[in-house]
Design a protein around this ligand. Structure first.
Ligand SMILES: Nc1ncnc2c1ncn2[C@@H]1O[C@H](COP(=O)(O)OP(=O)(O)OP(=O)(O)O)[C@@H](O)[C@H]1O
Ligand SMILES: [Mg+2]
Length: 255
């Protein structure tokens, strides 16, 4: 078979196999292979590497879109000196994503504006950049989505969407008290993730002792906490609100 025929066959195969990047890069890879006197296996390696890189980048992009992240905050933007209550070493360890691979949870507790969401989102962004699936919801969004889904008899769909994520971020637990059916749904979601060793990040402005106020039933609150804390770490941030601090330093006060 002439090499022109082989070349055409390779193009057709790549097209049929939907290896789009490899198809686009084929000429470049072959030309470079010839120029640098690469072996056949090196040329193949180069081509497959490009295809894989492209697929990974596309997956990351899609996962970002599906994650529901309200904004992109990076851990690198977090000023640890301004918030000495945040244990930098622990956050750096979390940023390695070992917690995610081990199915551990992270709970951020503290008052308004201390950076709970920022770090939670920062970790979510790290997870996404490394090819993981993330699903971010505020508790308010969870309740709203659960109600809509319940009306349409589609609660299992929402449950599946949350469950498929490698990392679920539940933000702002504690801003509103939960109705019994929403609390039960939340428990089911967390319980299932717990049994499947899938990570969840929770941020809350309420201490654990106050979680009983969020849930209609303290037994449920305890059972939920039990699951979150069994393989989980808690980061308590007590400092001053970064938002207020900035405003105060700019000479703007609330009075
Ligand atoms: N140490 C910090 N360095 C840089 N930016 C920070 C820091 N702490 C907070 N911020 C910024 O301040 C704002 C408030 O932080 P964030 O939303 O993370 O607070 P929070 O603890 O989640 O508060 P809330 O309980 O009100 O939701 C965000 O824009 C965040 O990026
Ligand atoms: Mg927040």
């Amino acid at each position: 078979m002439s090499s022109q025929v082989s070349y055409e066959r390779v193009r057709e195969s790549l097209e049929r196999l939907k290896m789009e990047a490899a198809l686009v890069e084929l000429d470049d890879v072959l030309e470079r292979g010839g120029r640098e006197e690469k072996s056949a296996v090196e040329i193949l390696d180069d081509l497959l590497e490009r295809e894989q890189r492209d697929r990974f980048e596309r997956r990351v992009k899609t996962n970002f879109k599906l994650s529901g992240l309200p904004l992109v905050k990076r851990l690198e933007e977090f000023d640890f000196e301004a918030q000495p209550q945040v244990p930098k070493r622990t956050v750096e360890e979390l940023a390695t994503l070992r917690f995610l691979h081990q199915g551990e949870n992270v709970l951020f507790l503290g008052p308004c504006g201390v950076g709970k969401t920022h770090i939670g989102v920062g970790l979510a962004v790290k997870a996404l950049e490394n090819g993981h699936r993330v699903y971010f919801l505020t508790l308010h969004d969870l309740v709203t989505k659960a109600r809509t889904a319940r009306e349409k008899n589609k609660l299992h769909v929402l449950e599946r969407v949350i469950h498929r994520s490698d990392l679920f971020v539940l933000d702002e637990l504690g801003f509103l008290p939960l109705a019994a059916e929403d609390a039960t749904f939340l428990f089911e979601v967390i319980n299932k993730r717990y049994h499947c060793q899938k990570s969840t990040i929770v941020t809350s402005n309420k201490s654990f002792g106050q979680w009983g106020e969020i849930f209609p039933d303290s037994v449920l609150a305890t059972a939920l906490l039990d699951r979150l804390l069994h393989h989980g770490i808690t980061i308590n941030i007590r400092g001053e609100s970064y938002r207020l601090k900035n405003r105060r330093e700019a000479g703007i006060t609330l009075s």
